[in-house]
Design a binder for this molecule. Structure first.
Ligand SMILES: [Zn+2]
Length: 326
């Protein structure tokens, strides 16, 4: 058993000072205690910074990791799509392995990962990171992949209505690139609620151009409130847009954070994504980066929070950097 402490511990009840977290050999949290003074506590590992649960990257395309630096930035969404069309799709296994290891070292516990191919599947099988792979259906000539991964449509605009419906037929849960740019279907929120039955669970990714009206239409429709994933660095890289975070907050929506891929980001770093929201209380941003992502993926019974009985992994947030300690 390890006993771990830091300047403060991030828990579902807020920050604890002088908190000591006891962890079993299998990573299970066995106890959380608060002491008047840590000086008298023998055998406690003390870290400088904030002790946090492992992070959940709520939107990534690991298989695109070999595209780092190959796609020009700030060329707008149309320019990005054009560059992606001529980009090499193969040769990704090595880069994916490197970034998988880096995400793990930087405290990432789980990833919602979009895949067009199967090149990362072997890596993910042996990875310590828990991946939820969404097999993406993309393009007007798309077909539904025959493997058993969670099928997900790319977006409303990149599939025919028939193909969109076919892609969500057997998925009770899926993700969608939504309101990322102005190049989308007309009336995206209406189209979304028209095409997606209300009992499906959805992660809406990007949301840059979302309006109050969109939010009202969508929240009214779905039985389970969607998770609204923001990828601020990717948006800046592609189009200079920014997710309307204050609008999402004002509506008390379930926000989660993703890195998107290295085709539109320099790093797959949850710390860098969190730094985009430096003016928002750290506690709130941390819950977007941990429990909200875990809940979206149905992993919150084990991951996303420092609570007795869970096995969230542990990391230290210090000076804007995050380092895994367990
Ligand atoms: Zn994406």
């Amino acid at each position: 058993m390890r006993r771990i402490s830091a300047h403060r511990v991030f828990t579902p009840n807020g920050f604890l000072e002088r908190g000591v977290v006891s962890v079993g050999d299998d990573g299970e949290i066995l106890g959380i205690e608060v002491f008047d003074s840590l000086d008298s506590q023998a055998g406690v590992e003390f870290y400088s910074g904030t002790l946090i649960p492992g992070l959940v990257n709520a939107h990534c395309h690991l298989e695109l990791s070999h595209l780092r630096g190959l796609i020009p930035s700030e060329v707008g969404f149309e320019g990005f799509v054009a560059a992606m069309k001529s980009a090499p799709r193969t040769g990704g296994a090595k880069a994916a392995g490197f970034w998988n290891d880096k995400m793990w070292a930087e405290g990432v516990q789980a990833v919602a990962d979009i895949c067009n191919g199967t090149s990362t599947f072997e890596l993910k099988k042996i990875s310590s990171v828990c991946y939820h792979s969404f097999r993406e259906v993309f393009g007007f000539s798309a077909t539904i992949p025959a493997d058993t991964y969670n099928i997900t449509p790319h977006s409303l605009y990149s599939l025919t209505p028939e193909m969109f419906s076919a892609s969500i037929l057997h998925s009770s849960f899926f993700t969608l690139h939504f309101r990322e740019s102005e190049y989308e279907v007309e009336n995206p929120a209406e189209t979304l609620v028209e095409r997606v039955p209300k009992d499906k669970k959805v992660m809406l990714v990007h949301n840059c151009l979302i309006t109050q009206r969109d939010i009202d239409i969508i929240m009214e429709h779905f039985v389970a409130p969607p998770t609204w994933v923001v990828c601020a660095r990717s948006n800046r890289y592609i189009s200079g847009l920014r997710p309307p975070i204050e609008l999402l907050r004002k509506n008390h929506l379930d926000i989660a954070i993703g890195t998107d891929s290295l085709a539109s980001n320099e790093v797959l770093s949850m710390a860098a994504e969190m730094a985009e929201f430096a003016d928002i209380p750290t506690e709130e941003v941390l819950s977007w980066a941990t429990i909200n992502g875990a809940r979206a993926l149905g992993l919150d019974h084990t991951l996303g929070s420092i609570e007795v009985g869970r096995r969230p992994g542990l990391a230290i947030l210090s000076g804007g950097n995050i380092k895994r300690i367990l």
